[in-house]
Write a protein that binds this ligand. Structure first.
Ligand code: NAP
Length: 298
């Protein structure tokens, strides 16, 4: 339980509503700024304006999945006013307060470092990335279905990268009856892909493996589907680039060749905000509980 812990939420989208609900269920004292457009706020949440006073009482500050941008603007889809995180806000936090987000940019990292505050990036956790890969793969399948005139069953698909997202993507495609090629760079991934019944290849040989592919799902966050690769692809092939912006595809050249290539960021929050929120909530609650236990041991 989170009894007696004061949690302040600043901004967010439908995912954050799930996180707030879970924290209230766990008996935390919850305040939230940037939620005035929330139609039916959970009982037990105090909706506030963002202020230095609000933050000066926080044991935990929770920012949205992408904490804030390079000048402190907080993504606050349920707010009628813009929210901006300033140095004065961070300076007002008590020294024991922990700041949570999905992933932080340097603006937030620097602010927390300057004020010696612990910053936790939940998306860095392996378990969170693995759970998050489920709505990501489902969203990628939706995009593939919407942008093709053929079934995934019977298609030849390719997944680039066999990390947390790539593995789930390949398994989901296989489950739908696609013949799945997987591009890897490590022998142990090659072996695991073969064991899973996929067709592995080393990414340095990507050029040899693209001509017969109908769908490509990229999870490698660097330029891998370059102009040379695109020149060997069939024009009917559809590319769904899941890697974080700017992705791993030469979109300019893809367009020139008439190949459909789509950068698809933030799929969990788009296709399954409730599930994505529950994933973040579970990780947040576990982290706060572990921290409280550890403090008790000191
Ligand atoms: P990850 O677990 O680190 O997986 C990335 C994989 O790519 C790793 O296995 C890595 O290999 C491999 N890789 C990197 N460069 C390679 C290369 N040149 N050749 C072959 N393999 C290479 O990361 P993840 O959690 O799966 O996330 C992947 C990307 O998707 C990230 O950019 C993440 O931000 C993004 N993402 C997007 C969404 C969305 O909604 N679109 C959702 C979740 C994640 P090694 O293991 O050898 O390092």
């Amino acid at each position: 339980m989170l009894t007696g812990i004061r949690i302040v939420f600043l901004g967010g989208d439908a995912r954050q509503i799930e996180v707030i609900r879970k924290c209230v269920e766990m008996d935390a004292t919850v305040s939230a700024a940037g939620f005035d457009k929330w139609e039916a706020p959970s009982p037990g949440v105090s909706l506030e304006q963002m202020s230095v006073e609000l933050l000066s009482n926080a044991d935990v500050l929770v920012l949205p999945t992408v904490g804030c941008d390079d000048v402190g603007n907080i993504n606050a889809l349920l707010s009628s006013h813009p929210l901006q995180l300033l140095e004065a806000h961070i300076a007002a936090l008590p020294s024991h307060c922990k700041v949570y987000t999905g992933m932080a940019k340097s603006y937030l990292r620097n602010l927390c470092a300057r004020h010696s505050l612990k910053l936790v990036e939940l998306l860095n956790r392996d378990d969170v990335a693995i759970y998050n890969s489920i709505p990501t793969a489902e969203g990628a399948l939706v995009m593939a279905i919407q942008n093709t005139d053929f079934t995934i069953h019977g298609s030849t698909s390719m997944v680039l990268g066999m990390g947390r997202t790539g593995f789930t993507m390949a398994r989901s495609l296989q489950g739908l009856g696609s013949s799945v090629k997987v591009g890897v760079r490590r022998q142990e991934h090659y072996a695991r892909a073969e064991e899973m019944g996929w067709k592995p290849f080393m990414t340095e040989e990507l050029l040899l493996h693209v001509p017969d592919v109908d769908l490509i799902f990229n999870t490698i966050p660097s330029m891998i589907i370059n102009a040379q690769i695109l020149s060997r692809l069939s024009r009917q092939c559809v590319i769904i680039d899941l890697a974080s912006a700017p992705g791993g595809c030469d979109f300019r050249y893809a367009e020139k060749r008439g190949i459909k290539a789509i950068l698809a960021p933030g799929l969990p929050g788009i296709v399954a905000p409730k599930s994505a929120g529950i994933i973040m909530a579970n990780a947040l609650i576990q982290s706060i509980s572990d921290d409280t236990l550890n403090r008790g041991d000191e």
